[in-house]
Design a protein around this ligand. Structure first.
Ligand code: URA
Length: 441
């Protein structure tokens, strides 16, 4: 086989066999392929596409390129949840203990975040000493012992995806559905969970900009899931504005703890945590309707089981679980500045992209892939869309370690908020559910 011929073949719009895709991936891994050739092939894929079979083959080949976590000794279903990510998205941190409190085995193996948003691992590491660097054996043992783990995805899992994903980032080839689906699902395949619940987000703060794009990607991922023997349900959700009120690592974990303690009954975080919990229970055949499943999950928050399970997870991973009762145990920033509204009115919209830029400026996300992040900084949205704010009332609060950065973040936050006279109608967060038979979702 010859790589140039394979690039030519895709350029002409022909399909690859599994052997051809394996040849391309192997050439990347053994270093015989030039980055220029891989980039050229990726661009040809962006223009001519991969069909469902090619996408499934690429997924399996990327997954098989490294180690795999194996939960087979547990003899039970292990659930994994993945979000395409977005500003303020801390649903994984609330959902994992909640599901484990319901007796479901859950293993969340996640990546660190990229440039635009922090990832689950970045956020959970805001808990002092929380160890996310677990071996495959430790991951399986923890799920066996306490039903839940939140660990970072070892570099040995799907290493070919890591390489290809990085090349895609450098060559404007990230936004192809087949490449996205194979990238995410190869990692999910290597992480060992049998059942996967996907949150595919769209909107100003998300990877997909429109609901239609997100539905297209979701349909593809559910089909590829079937082809690789994973049960996948995809929920298409809107992320036009930050999820919840907290953006920034420690602040987000505190918001998650508040939910798990039963102090946050309303709002997007509570709604989506219960919704995803319910969809998981329906996927597992334990409930038929979202309403019934949500009623059950609420009892686990109200009776303290969910926060107790979160404490067990923190203790098992050597974290300081006293943060649950004492938020001062989180790293604290130098400044906390409240910014007031310049007029009366209803918040019409909070642009997630502007808030992401503010968080990045403060240091809550990386300015380059290898860089460190500051867990202590962030933005708290005192007002959210649909809420009334009086002139001189606090609109948002910035937590920062640098006065100059605070000023720049303030400009982004001011740009983000739109305030008007009329009470806006708030759109549904959940647009569509794909991949389960349900009576009432
Ligand atoms: N996340 C991934 O892991 N891969 C993609 O291609 C997009 C988002």
């Amino acid at each position: 086989m010859d790589l140039v011929d394979l690039i030519e073949k895709k350029k002409q719009g022909y399909s690859h066999s599994k052997e051809e895709i394996k040849y391309i991936v192997d050439s990347m891994m053994d270093g015989t392929a030039l980055d220029a050739q891989l980039a050229s092939w990726l661009m040809a894929v962006c223009f001519k596409g991969l069909n469902e079979l090619e996408t499934s083959d690429l997924t399996k080949i990327l997954a098989d390129s490294g180690d795999k976590v194996n939960f087979s000794e547990l003899n039970e279903v292990v659930v994994d949840k993945h979000s395409t990510g977005g500003v303020g998205d801390k649903v994984t941190i609330t959902l994992i203990p909640l599901l484990a409190a319901a007796g479901i085995s859950v293993a969340k193996l996640a990546d660190r975040g990229g440039r635009s948003a922090a990832g689950t691992i970045d956020k959970i590491e805001a808990i002092p000493n929380f160890n996310t660097d677990l071996s495959a054996i430790a991951i399986v043992n923890q799920v066996k012992n306490i039903k839940a783990v939140i660990a970072s995805q070892d570099k040995k899992l799907a290493p070919a995806d890591r390489k290809l994903y990085s090349l895609r980032g450098q060559t404007a080839t990230t936004d192809n559905d087949s490449l996205i689906a194979s990238s995410i699902l190869s990692k999910k395949n290597a992480c060992g969970g049998s059942n996967i619940v996907l949150d595919i987000k769209y909107g100003a703060g998300a990877l997909m900009k429109t609901a239609e794009e997100a539905v297209h990607l979701s349909n593809l991922m559910v089909k590829i899931g079937n082809n690789i023997n994973k049960k996948i349900t995809a929920v298409v959700t809107s992320l036009e504005e930050p999820l919840g009120r907290a953006v920034g690592n420690s602040l987000e974990v505190i918001e998650a703890i508040e939910f798990l303690k039963g102090n946050l009954k309303d709002g997007e975080l509570a709604y989506l945590t219960y919704y995803f919990g319910a969809i998981t229970l329906i996927q597992l055949g334990l409930y038929n309707t979202v309403d019934d499943a949500v009623d059950y999950l609420k009892t686990l928050v109200d009776n303290g089981s969910a926060i107790k399970k979160f404490k067990e997870i923190i203790d098992a991973q050597n974290g300081d679980s006293s943060v649950i009762v004492n938020y001062d145990k989180f790293e604290l920033p130098c400044y906390k500045v409240e910014f007031k509204s310049k007029k009366n009115g209803y918040v019409q919209n909070i642009n997630a992209h502007e808030i992401a830029m503010a968080a990045k400026e403060l240091g809550a996300t990386r300015s380059d892939k290898s860089g460190l992040i500051d867990h202590s900084v962030g933005i708290y949205l005192n007002k959210k869309s649909g809420e009334f704010v009086n002139k001189e009332e606090t609109l948002y609060t910035i937590y920062s370690n640098d006065e100059d950065k605070t000023r720049i973040a303030q400009t982004h936050c001011d740009n983000a908020f739109v305030i008007g006279d009329a009470k806006p109608s708030i759109n549904n967060l959940v647009y569509k559910v794909i991949g389960i038979e349900e009576e009432d979702v």
